[in-house]
Design a protein around this ligand. Structure first.
Ligand SMILES: CC(C)(COP(=O)(O)OP(=O)(O)OC[C@H]1O[C@@H](n2cnc3c(N)ncnc32)[C@H](O)[C@@H]1OP(=O)(O)O)[C@@H](O)C(=O)NCCC(=O)NCCS
Length: 176
């Protein structure tokens, strides 16, 4: 498994996965192209055996206190094995490096899997946008993460894992 920065050359593979993962509200090619090219964006892809199996994006204006998780997707066949959590951690680590204090995201109210992932990393619900996702008429839940708290928890878990290697997770996602 390789995780690397996305480039414009990844657009077609990203859009294939985008349309499969979000059948009713996929971004357009133009929106995704703009995101990949934005100086405020930071997108990564995950590849296995040369095939793209995931992507995720952060929007973090340099010097700003807040950042947003724009998207995160793992292909259906690759889900449930820690890749989504690892991708999220990659974005949050970049946000830490950019000096961000708080990270926000929106998630569909009918997406309990993504909500569980975010909550387990420390995101809390701070609001709702009624009927935000169209045409499905589904609310958006707005979530916020205190990034310095997240980084402190992560460092603490890494330190205790180093002190006692038997506590480390074989999947590499054991800090929560
Ligand atoms: C959300 C998504 C990125 C998670 O990726 P993943 O690789 O399957 O997730 P992980 O294996 O890293 O699991 C992370 C957590 O998600 C939750 N989760 C994962 N699969 C789940 C399932 N089938 N049922 C309930 N919760 C689940 C759990 O909280 C899990 O933590 P745990 O393994 O410690 O219990 C993936 O399901 C996906 O791409 N979904 C479609 C696109 C999408 O909804 N993106 C989010 C938009 S806001």
């Amino acid at each position: 498994m390789v995780t690397r920065r996305a480039t414009g050359a990844d657009l077609d593979a990203i859009m294939d996965l985008e349309r499969t993962s979000f059948p009713t509200d996929a971004w357009s090619d133009a929106m995704m192209r703009e995101e990949l090219a934005s100086p405020h964006g930071w997108y990564v892809v995950v590849e296995e055996a040369g095939r793209l199996v995931g992507y995720a994006g952060l929007r973090a204006v340099r010097g700003a206190r807040d950042a947003d998780i724009q998207t995160i997707t793992i292909s259906a066949a690759a889900r449930g094995r820690g890749r989504g959590r690892a991708l999220l951690a990659t974005l949050l680590t970049e946000a830490v490096d950019r000096g961000v204090h708080d990270v926000f995201l929106e998630v569909r109210a009918d997406n309990p899997v993504a909500q569980a992932l975010y909550a387990s990393e420390g995101f809390v619900e701070v609001g709702r946008r009624p009927r935000y996702y169209q045409p499905d008429d589904v609310d958006a839940i707005v979530m916020q993460l205190d990034l310095r708290g997240w980084a402190a928890r992560r460092a603490e878990t890494a330190a205790s894992s180093a002190a006692d290697p038997t506590t480390s997770s074989p999947t590499g996602k054991g800090w929560c």
